[in-house]
Design a protein around this ligand. Structure first.
Ligand SMILES: [Fe+2]
Ligand SMILES: [Fe+2]
Length: 226
């Protein structure tokens, strides 16, 4: 996986930053709060993961994993950086934290460990695949379209990377344990899908995602992942 991240860093899409503030005032009002919240999410994704990954690496001697995690976090930070640059061009200020961030952090504190960290992270990343597809269609901004294309491309690999690790971590669990685990994973996903719709429905609706289409797209991504 670390080879993929190395390669990807050298083959990024060209984003037409020189177009600068292209949003119409109407578009800016419609999407800015939502983009700011996703930007904050991208920024915190991964930070907590690192410590858990380090402990796991020490325990198992899997040095490649810690390397891959580092590069994964670097990609998330690129997403956050690029997303931060976009509102700045359009004169929108940023936020530090969001409701879903706070809930996710509480969950992580309560349960802890690499598996929980990844289970939470993958929930956010699966829904992000649908969100950025909608955001791509939500305005006519070429910068935003380019940004969404790049993020969507990266997220495919992120979800794959995280699900492979989850599979590994859950591999010696018995049948009943696995049924429980997947039940909880579904429950977490179910709740998050609702909350994300509640806070970001304007972007989804502008991107031609009715609630029904959004719901189906999310669960299709979920089922393909697990
Ligand atoms: Fe991301
Ligand atoms: Fe990601």
């Amino acid at each position: 996986m670390e080879f993929y991240y190395q390669q990807n860093a050298h083959s990024l899409l060209e984003i037409p930053w020189n177009l600068s503030g292209e949003l119409t005032p109407e578009e800016a009002i419609a999407i800015s709060q939502s983009v700011k919240e996703f930007q904050a999410g991208e920024n915190s994704e991964g930070k907590h993961l690192y410590q858990d990954a380090q402990k796991y690496s020490e325990r198992t001697g899997d040095q490649d994993y810690i390397l891959a995690i580092k590069m994964f976090i670097a990609e998330e930070q690129r997403h956050a950086r690029d997303l931060a640059r976009f509102p700045t061009l359009n004169k929108i200020s940023l936020v530090k934290t969001t409701f879903t961030d706070v809930v996710f952090r509480k969950l992580r504190h309560l349960f802890g460990g690499l598996e929980i960290s990844i289970a939470i992270l993958i929930t956010a990343e699966i829904i992000a695949k649908v969100y950025y597809a909608a955001l791509r269609e939500a305005t006519k901004s070429k910068i935003l379209i380019g940004l969404c294309d790049q993020i969507l491309r990266d997220e495919v690999k992120h979800v794959q990377f995280q699900s492979e690790q989850l599979f590994k971590l859950r591999s010696n669990r018995n049948r009943l344990g696995l049924i429980w685990t997947m039940g909880l994973q579904r429950f977490l996903f179910f709740g998050t899908v609702f909350v994300v719709w509640l806070f970001h429905r304007e972007v989804f609706l502008r991107g031609n995602f009715s609630f029904q289409r959004y719901w189906q797209a999310c669960w299709q991504e979920f089922n393909e992942t697990f």
